[in-house]
Design a protein around this ligand. Structure first.
Ligand SMILES: Cc1ncc(COP(=O)(O)O)c(C=O)c1O
Length: 472
């Protein structure tokens, strides 16, 4: 049934435009059933609910957010893992699963070039990987007893975090849960390509130190969520080494592209970070959920998270993953990632990721050549652009920009509802942009051609409707 579902996906819509009420009616609003139901009937009806009423990110014309199509071997990996149901919190509870997770962490580090000895932990996704890194850096930066007395304990200094406004929203959640508050973030300006200004970063660190504050963490991004921009990592690495500030790289989207031999030097330098978040459930095609935090000195995680209550006797000579992060009981996420790494190997990923980058380059050339589209940016596998009616092409004023923002916003909404293709949006220099991100091994040039046709068709229709509305 699953194989058939996957094979037939391209023939159907990416998405069905259904309302919450309709879906609630479909699943019924009865109370918790008192008695059980037949298993075969249940599974069949659950499958048909999902196959007919989902948004399909394995569809070749799905390009939203950074959400990938799942590797079929990963689907089976999850099935196998949950059947055995290993609790990968402690080695004693999950001997072979823990060893497979450790090997997966080592292989992920190797894939992106991090040094031998790098450790880490698998988590639910990018947000949690990044948040765990921030908590470890907070512990490492404090020379008072932070775990006992908290961020305001005796001898504490205000802790500061550095990032640009392009950083993903995880950072706001992280400083919140870490008790630092949003004011602890020192926002560093960017250049015209949305990359961190390292001169401004150096000044900010110096300035805060002079005030008696403690620079705790620089967050650089290797593939921003909006445009795929890569911060100038070599210069940031140098500065962090010189100043002794922990460098964390959010490579949740772009990090694994460092394995592509001709990846830019700015990206490859992520291997020199103190910690790196990458997301196997993005560009390594693991089914949700699988995020990874890699840490150059894995003991930093134990320093931040390990406690040894009397009811656990797990021994310190083995790896007990509950010591490395927030979770206690943990599922066997590593299996799906490990299986896919073994199935295609490094060469397979170099090809799969390289193909997506080449497709996005091809898309950008098509957009540039189209007289109703305006290209903004292209990095890694994200292209941003907007629809511009021919008669507005040469207009450069605030009213036109405001009109084009409304037009493209409505066009995005219509195209998403149409089920013909699915892209999400970005805002680039105040302009609303359409933003296909290709992390999809099913996509071909023909799908991108169809994407352009769909967007232009909806663009023309929305333009007509808006003009008719304003004429009324
Ligand atoms: C750069 C970046 N960081 C973090 C995240 C959050 O990842 P997740 O959705 O897996 O929590 C994303 C998601 O797109 C991202 O692109």
């Amino acid at each position: 049934m699953l194989a058939d579902f996957m094979a037939r996906l391209p023939e159907g819509p990416v998405n069905r435009d259904e309302q919450p009420e309709a879906l609630r009616a479909l699943i019924g609003d009865g109370p918790l059933p008192d008695s059980g139901s037949d298993t075969a009937i249940l599974l069949e009806s659950a499958a048909s609910l999902l196959f007919e009423h989902s948004l399909f990110n394995a569809h070749p014309r799905f390009f939203g957010y950074v959400t990938s199509s799942p590797a079929p071997i990963g689907v089976l990996g999850d099935f196998l893992a949950s059947a055995v149901n290993a609790n990968v919190g402690a080695w004693r509870l999950s001997p072979v699963a823990t060893e497979i997770e450790s090997q997966t962490i080592r292989w992920l580090a190797e894939l992106v070039g991090m040094p031998h000895g790098t450790g880490g932990v698998l988590v639910s996704g990018g947000n949690v990987a990044n948040i765990v890194a921030l908590l470890a850096a907070r512990r490492a930066a404090a020379d008072w007893d932070l775990r006992k007395t908290g961020v305001n304990g005796a001898g504490a200094s205000p802790l500061r975090v550095y990032a640009t406004q392009e950083v993903h929203t995880w950072l706001q959640k992280a400083v919140d849960v870490a008790g630092l508050g949003a004011d602890s973030i020192h926002v560093i300006p960017t250049d015209e390509q949305q990359r961190m200004d390292t001169g401004a970063l150096a000044q900010a660190i110096e300035h805060d130190r002079a005030k008696g504050e403690r620079p705790m963490l620089v967050v650089a991004t290797a593939g921003t969520v909006s445009t795929g921009a890569i911060d100038p990592l070599p210069a940031i690495v140098d500065l962090c080494r010189k100043t002794g500030v922990w460098l964390h790289v959010d490579g949740c989207y772009g990090g694994v592209a460092a394995c592509v031999p001709d990846a830019p030097a700015d990206l490859k330098a992520l291997a020199q970070a103190d910690s790196l978040a990458i997301d196997p459930h993005k560009w390594l095609y693991a089914p949700l959920e699988a995020g990874a935090l890699l840490v150059r000195e894995p003991e930093r995680l134990r320093d931040a998270f390990a406690y040894h209550p009397p009811y656990y006797h797990f021994g310190q000579e083995v790896t007990n993953y509950f010591d490395f992060g927030l979770q206690n009981s943990r599922g066997f996420r590593a299996l799906k990632v490990w299986l896919a790494l073994r199935q295609v190997g490094r060469a397979g990923y170099v090809k799969l990721i390289g193909d997506d980058i080449r497709l996005s380059q091809w898309l950008a050339t098509q957009v540039e050549a189209h007289d109703e589209l305006e290209l903004f940016t292209r990095n890694l596998s994200i292209t941003t652009f907007r629809y511009v009616p021919r008669d507005l092409r040469d207009k450069r004023d605030a009213d036109t920009d405001a009109y084009l923002n409304t037009l493209n916003q409505e066009l995005l909404d219509r195209s998403q509802r149409s089920g013909e293709a699915f892209v999400s949006n970005a805002v680039v220099g105040g302009r609303y942009a359409l933003r296909p991100c290709i992390v999809n091994f099913h996509t071909t040039e023909a799908d991108l051609r169809a994407l352009i046709e769909t967007l232009v068709k909806h663009g023309r229709q929305v333009d007509q409707a808006l003009r008719a509305r304003s004429a009324d």
